[in-house]
Design a protein around this ligand. Structure first.
Ligand code: BTN
Length: 333
């Protein structure tokens, strides 16, 4: 796992716009020598940043982007009332932001957030691989102790998908264009834009340790994926400011958790159903025992999916992978 030193983060901030900055100018700002600046630049290069050096011009970041540094994220949270509770850990590279927070444990009233520029062993639902190239997307995890027993958390993953939609709306995306595929895939025009992996631990106690992992395809414009995917850069037509969106995720996910802790899934149900892209469709649900086919009749009060079989009986399911029925996709019906 690699973390940048504070000084390296500041230098990266100077170079983020892709303009040349002289070693002298950076050194003056940091009250350090040009040799020391050069050593930090070397450290950044060892961490994967491609930095050019030109005589009389200085240093230039070859692929300008907004690095997910602590300062870049916190500057969007200055007015947020919970900022003192936030413990934010950015990594250049890590196996998985979820695994990192799971290894740290939780503490009461502390909001732990981890982001990374790249994940080396990222996990999706059903233990699938999550494509996590360097510097392009958002790999975000939040760990928190919830005052809710594990048995009552069935609606949580749906609640988080709505929080992601709200975070994207705050960022400027028209929330109406976003769909959610049960339980929590974020969909744009039939393609996956973001995924959520929630991991729980705790005994049968009143509190549960929750790690919420969110992967958003942000500025990715090419990927070796065999399932249809989209990215925010494709949606907006320009690269997005990841740090601003991360701040929006922190606010929206935490707010959703507070409401869920107080009032359960009920306050989210209607808004969630408005985004559900499988509503009323002929679908298939893969569960450990096999496949269920039927018409999707929305969700129940716990967030389970309701499916009406050919016999007209509606059953609820709490786990599984839902998809449009193959015939429906092929015929467009
Ligand atoms: C899915 O399968 O749709 C869920 C994908 C979740 C990916 C995120 S990226 C941040 C966090 N770290 C991980 O290893 N996975 C989640």
């Amino acid at each position: 796992m690699q973390r940048l030193t504070d000084t390296a983060q500041i230098i990266l901030d100077y170079l983020r716009d892709g303009q040349f900055r002289s070693g002298q100018m950076i050194g003056d700002h940091l009250a350090t020598s040009r040799t020391s600046v050069w050593k930090h630049i070397d450290n950044l290069r060892a961490n994967g940043y491609v930095i050019e050096c030109k005589r009389a011009c200085g240093y230039q970041l070859q692929h300008p982007f907004d690095p997910l540094t602590t300062d870049a994220i916190l500057c969007h949270l200055a007015q947020w009332p919970h900022v003192q509770q936030l413990s934010l850990t950015p990594f250049v590279a890590i196996n998985s932001t979820n695994d990192y927070l799971k290894s740290q444990g939780t503490a009461a009233r502390v909001i732990q957030v981890c982001v990374a520029e790249q994940q080396l062993k990222a996990r999706g639902r059903f233990n699938r691989h999550w494509h996590s190239p360097f510097g392009q997307n958002i790999y975000f995890s939040m760990a928190i102790q919830l005052a809710v027993p594990m048995a009552e958390l069935s609606g949580l993953s749906l609640v988080i998908s709505l929080a992601v939609v709200n975070a994207l709306s705050d960022y400027g995306l028209d929330g109406e264009v976003l769909g959610i595929k049960w339980p929590n895939d974020i969909i744009f025009q039939g393609k996956k834009l973001a995924g959520i992996l929630i991991e729980l631990s705790g005994e049968a106690h009143a509190t549960t340790d929750v790690v919420i992992g969110i992967g958003i395809n942000a500025n990715m414009d090419d990927a070796p994926l065999d399932t249809p995917w989209s990215s925010l850069q494709q949606v907006f037509g320009v690269p997005i400011q990841r740090a601003q969106l991360v701040a929006s995720l922190i606010r929206n996910v935490y707010q959703a958790l507070l409401t869920f802790q107080r009032s359960g899934f009920q306050p989210f149900k209607n808004a969630w159903q408005q985004h559900h892209c499988l509503q009323g469709q002929l679908i298939q649900l893969s569960i450990p025992q096999g496949r269920i086919s039927g018409i999707c009749k929305g969700i129940d009060n716990q967030g389970n999916i309701r499916i009406e079989g050919s016999d007209g009986i509606i059953e609820s399911y709490g786990v599984g992978e839902a998809s449009m029925h193959k015939d429906v996709n092929e015929t467009g019906n």
